[in-house]
Ligand binder design. Structure first.
Ligand code: BGC
Length: 324
């Protein structure tokens, strides 16, 4: 049993690490010490801003929304001509020059959802972001039927988790297209992936009851003996370990199911991975699916990302969901 003092320490550290990893532009750097992650992703950033909003760090969350709104608005004319928004930008708000796939729609849905939750939580007027939100809505309505890359940037398809994020964003604005997006979500034919959890929690595109068979699959095939969660069964990235942020998503889902002891156990699993700086990694190498690939990645890019702001953010989210 991890004691409460340690949990509170990690909470404090997580807020600090996120502040330290936020550029003066407002962008959250995904992995400040990991060269490949010195960018700001809409997906990571929106969940990070939501976590900061939850713990009362209003300025930090709003600085991210401001940065993201600027990125979107400065591309408005180009979007009209059919250009796409990228999944990640440099902290100055420019496109990055790497070979990673850029067309990923989920982060923009999550962004709308995060602003909405923030506004409702702190009774903040959303005027300042309205214009950018409208551009994003238009963009999502135009593109949601197109295959885009998944959370892990591995392959393009119509991913249920992407649709769920878009649904979550459009639904928070009561946009009529939300229901069409929801109706397109098909869990039965989906490749098993822990990111599917977002279909139920937090985006509520699928009811807790309808999500039960997928949850069972995740529990039986993606949860390690240590209690952490793999991305999918064929993961080889840094050997395919447990992704801390996914362990938190599962914990968050348990809160919604009122399985509070299990949710608490997930929070404790995260605390077990805190290092002496109070940092959380992207993934743990304790239970790898493909250990033979681990060294190759270390040779290529150095040790895997640590700290990862999104891991810290999801820890904060789960902690607040548990009333901590
Ligand atoms: C993950 C993405 C994430 C990015 C930055 C990638 O390895 O697959 O989901 O947005 O890292 O954290």
């Amino acid at each position: 049993m991890v004691n409460q003092k340690t949990i509170l320490y990690l909470k404090k550290q997580s807020i600090k690490i996120i502040h330290d990893g936020q550029a003066s532009s407002g962008a959250y750097i995904a992995g400040p010490t990991f060269t490949m992650y010195r960018f700001s992703w809409f997906r990571d950033g929106s969940f990070i801003a939501d976590a900061m909003s939850r713990v009362g760090e209003i300025k930090s969350a709003e600085a991210f929304f401001d940065w993201a709104a600027k990125v979107v608005l400065s591309r408005r004319d180009r979007l009209k001509k059919g250009e796409i928004l990228h999944a990640r930008y440099t902290i100055e708000g420019n496109e990055s020059n790497d070979e990673w796939p850029n067309f990923q729609l989920d982060g923009f849905g999550t962004f709308l959802w995060a602003i909405h939750c923030h506004g409702a939580r702190h009774k903040r007027l959303l005027d300042r972001w309205n214009e950018a939100m409208n551009v994003i809505v238009e963009y999502l309505v135009a593109h949601w039927r197109e295959p885009s890359h998944d959370w892990w940037e591995e392959y393009a398809a119509i991913h249920p988790s992407t649709l769920a994020s878009i649904y979550g964003g459009l639904k928070s604005l009561n946009h009529p297209a939300a229901h069409k997006v929801q109706a397109a979500i098909n869990l039965k034919n989906a490749k098993l992936d822990a990111s599917l959890i977002v279909c139920a929690t937090p985006f509520e595109a699928v009811s807790l009851k309808d999500f039960a068979p997928t949850l069972l699959d995740i529990e039986q095939r993606l949860v390690t003996p240590g209690g952490g969660v793999h991305r999918h069964q064929t993961d080889i990235y840094y050997g395919g370990g447990e992704w801390l942020l996914l362990t938190c998503f599962l914990g968050w889902h348990y809160v919604k199911l009122n399985r509070l002891k299990e949710a608490r156990a997930k929070l404790e699993r995260i605390v077990e991975h805190m290092d002496k700086n109070g940092w959380l990694p992207e993934q743990s190498s304790e239970y790898m699916l493909a250990p033979e690939y681990y060294e190759g990645w270390v040779k290529k890019w150095g040790p895997s990302a640590r700290p990862l702001l999104w891991s810290h953010a999801m820890f904060l989210t789960l902690a607040t969901e548990l009333g901590i």
